[in-house]
Write a protein that binds this ligand. Structure first.
Ligand code: CDP
Ligand code: MG
Length: 735
């Protein structure tokens, strides 16, 4: 047998052909750039796949490999391998659609690998995913399928976590990460093939990437592009990509019966729990998938269902039921549990699992064995109102397309049932056809900065699949101009260039870059990391009061940002054990992840020569400096106490807001800076610290121009006083 393959550019031999006894079957073709591409036939590929040695690392295949291989060959896309390769060879761009679970995400990149052999030309294949969870989980699965170590030949790259290396030839990555790579390498030259997966999700990053791909494709005829999508919006993608050919995998799906409720449900959560238990007791074998909107709701539902199911089992009224949550911020090892086998049937009834998931299970992840779907009809969606510059996550009704996709999850392995917890009338008349693409629902500051860094100056004429609203674009340009990331002509400034190198929102990036001027970059670095991870505070329903009391140990009277920092410092000096976190009602996982983010950001700071400095802790300005640094990035997120003395009003946008219940300020300061605007039934500001108005006019004079405050006399006169005082003290000091 052939020895382990050496990676070298000159070795143009098709490595797995050498495994073949007869050594034939490789078809050579010449691609448009003149390089020889080894076009392969399915027969040749299958022989290599069945061979004794792994063609990608030369190591003998394991038994597990062959076990998975059989299953892979059953997937619908496998039937289309020939057709796929033919289209792939003949075209630069192809659109590929297929039912969720047909094997697109796991198999197509491998078809490409066997064909392209990217390791022989030092190139790579990228496959983008809108979600971090999916990128990690699929990379792990494909590493198993290819019998290689995750992080070696197959890896993944998500924000703040790069699990890939010099040997990586297939990289699953979030769409946002590929966009970041493009910022530094406009032609994405290290890739021979880019697969944009889940294109139908139309995330902001995917939309920008698609526009970018069109440009790159024209400059790089050697680059292959595959656009993959789950739904039937294929025509739109084809048209957008120069009438690219379409390959559709016929779905191997079973019919799904749809049930609606007779009357609208008042409490969808309660209705969902009831439905799950009813299915468990009454229906034939098969697992259950429930769609809810977020972590808290899902964990709560899991607890309640598990309790009730235990009762049913004990009473002999039903079989065993395993309950699994699934959402983006769940640690990967817990996410993988959804693939655990279903419990055995018992005398009392069918054993089942129930997965309670966010939208992730709609298309990104496929769980085999689901027969029942419970769809309350909601998901958490981002919305943006450019008029008041507020972006928020709101629980909103899903679209018809989403509802259909959800129902389809029930028919993967045999005929299934979907229980919609809304009326048929509501489905027909109230749900919109398609979810609006994210680019129409987002603040675009980060995107505009990225586009500028990508060298795209004419933002208006960029080839968007759906162009964003002009007002949203104007807002983004304006914000970046106030942050001094763009100059008055809209060109990237040196600060903007630096800021774009950080995988952060522009205001966080600017705060971090400016923090050495306030002698507190070490602290602002920690704070930025803490603001970039899920909440570090744990507040279980059963021990709310105790959790709040313990939190008070860390509280700083001047604000939540400082409290966060106090927690982090205590964590670091306690050696960061999980016991310590548990006892202090802190999330060990979130703190570890904050530490990791901190390290990553520190590297970017070092590369960008942003100094790491601190004010001595004993200095009376230690905390003042930190609050001033906060203002340097967040001066557009400031609110002033209103005349009623209770609520606050935001600068310029004049929104009435309240401090979020989680806010730890015991006295309510006159002026505050906030990290987040939270819109539920009421408007809240969350993570709030007190600031002095003098800092606002000193650090952001162009934003705090008095002429811009004519629509709020109260704020205007307060600012006027500050300006007068500042002028007086200047005069005084000159004398
Ligand atoms: O992308 P698409 O929805 O077409 O399918 P896929 O993600 O490639 O999944 C195909 C099959 O691979 C699934 O039905 C599962 O049987 C399996 N799979 C798995 O076992 N574990 C994963 N983490 C991902 C996929
Ligand atoms: Mg997929």
């Amino acid at each position: 047998m052939e020895p382990a393959l050496k990676k070298s550019r000159s070795d143009s031999k098709n490595p797995y052909l050498s495994h073949l006894e007869d050594g034939s079957d490789g078809l050579e073709s010449v691609s448009s750039n003149g390089l020889t591409r080894r076009a392969t036939t399915v027969e040749a590929v299958e022989k290599a796949e069945n061979g004794p040695n792994n063609p990608f690392n030369g190591i003998p295949f394991s038994e597990k490999y062959f076990a998975i291989l059989d299953g892979r060959r059953q997937l619908p896309v496998h039937q289309q391998r020939d057709e796929f390769l033919k289209l792939y060879h003949e075209n630069q761009i192809i659109v590929f659609v297929g039912e969720t679970g047909s094997g697109k995400t796991t198999q197509i990149p491998q078809f490409v690998l066997y064909d392209e052999l990217p390791h022989l030309t030092n190139s790579q294949v990228a496959c983008t995913q809108p979600r971090r969870v999916a990128a990690m989980s699929v990379a792990k699965r494909v590493a198993d399928e290819m019998d290689v170590k995750l992080g070696e030949e197959v890896g993944y790259n998500i924000r703040f976590e790069d699990c890939s290396g010099p040997n990586t030839m297939l990289k699953y990555m979030t769409d946002g990460m590929l966009l970041r790579e493009a910022m530094n390498d406009h032609a994405l030259s290290r890739y021979s093939c880019i697969i944009l997966d889940e294109a139908h999700e139309r995330t902001l990053a995917t939309d920008i990437l698609m526009g970018l791909m069109k440009r790159i494709a024209q400059r790089r005829p050697d680059l292959k592009i595959i656009v993959m999508s789950a739904t039937l919006d294929a025509r739109k993608f084809q048209k957008y990509f120069f009438d690219a050919p379409l390959l559709a995998v016929p779905g191997r799906t079973f019919p799904v019966e749809i049930y609606y409720t007779q009357d609208p449900e008042r409490d969808y959560l309660e209705a969902a729990l009831r439905t799950v238990l009813q299915i468990h007791v009454e229906e034939g074998p098969g697992d259950i998938l429930v769609f809810l909107t977020g972590e808290e709701e899902i964990e709560d539902a899991c607890r309640k269902i598990a309790l009730e199911a235990d009762d049913l089992l004990r009473e002999g009224a039903a079989g065993p039921l395993n309950v699994y949550p699934l959402y983006g911020s769940l640690p990967p090892n817990l996410q993988q549990r959804i693939f655990e086998p279903t419990p055995e049937d018992t005398k009392s009834g069918h054993g089942r699992k129930v997965v309670i998931s966010t939208n992730i299970a709609e298309t990104s992840l496929t769980i085999d064995g689901i027969v029942y779907v419970v769809d309350p009809g909601f998901s958490k969606q981002k919305i943006y109102n450019p008029r008041i510059r507020v972006e928020s996550l709101l629980v909103s009704p899903i679209s018809k397309a989403s509802a259909q996709q959800r129902a389809g999850r029930a028919g993967r392995t045999r005929p299934g049932k979907c229980f919609r917890l809304y009326t048929e009338d509501a489905f027909r008349k109230e749900l919109i056809e398609q979810t609006y693409p994210e680019i129409l629902r987002s603040n675009l500051s980060s995107t505009v900065l990225e586009l500028k860094k990508l060298g795209i100056d004419d933002l208006v004429h960029f080839d968007y699949m759906d162009p964003p609203a002009p007002e949203t674009m104007m807002r983004a340009l304006e914000e970046l101009n106030y942050l001094a990331c763009l100059d008055d002509e809209g060109n990237l400034t040196p600060l903007g260039r630096k800021a774009s190198d950080f995988p952060l929102d522009p205001n966080l990036a600017v705060m971090l870059i400016k923090s050495p001027e306030f002698y507190c970059s070490n602290e602002i670095l920690s704070l930025t990391a803490l603001l970039s991870v899920p909440s570090i505070f744990v507040r279980p329903n059963s021990a709310r009061k105790l959790a709040d009391e313990i939190r008070q140990q860390f509280e700083h009277p001047d604000g939540d940002h400082l409290t966060l920092l106090n927690v982090y410092h205590a964590y670091k000096s306690s050696e960061g054990t999980s016991d310590w976190c548990w006892n202090h009602f802190l999330s060990h996982r979130a703190l570890i992840s904050a530490d990791n983010v901190r390290n990553q950001l520190r590297r970017t700071m070092e590369r960008q020569q942003v100094d790491l400095v601190s004010t001595p802790f004993e200095d009376k300005n230690y905390y003042v400096n930190i609050r001033r640094a906060l203002v340097s990035g967040f001066f557009m997120q400031v609110a002033k106490k209103s005349a009623n003395g209770k609520s606050y009003v935001t600068m310029k946008d004049n929104q009435m807001v309240s401090l979020h219940p989680s806010c730890g300020l015991s006295v309510t300061p006159e002026w505050v800076v906030y990290n987040e605007f939270v819109l539920t039934t009421k408007s809240f500001i969350r993570t709030v610290s007190s600031v002095r108005p003098e800092w606002l006019v000193e650090l952001a004079p162009s934003y705090y121009d008095l002429d811009d405050f004519d629509n709020n006399k109260e704020v205007k006169s307060a600012l006027q006083k500050i300006y007068q005082m500042a002028a007086r003290s200047k005069k005084g000091s000159r004398k």
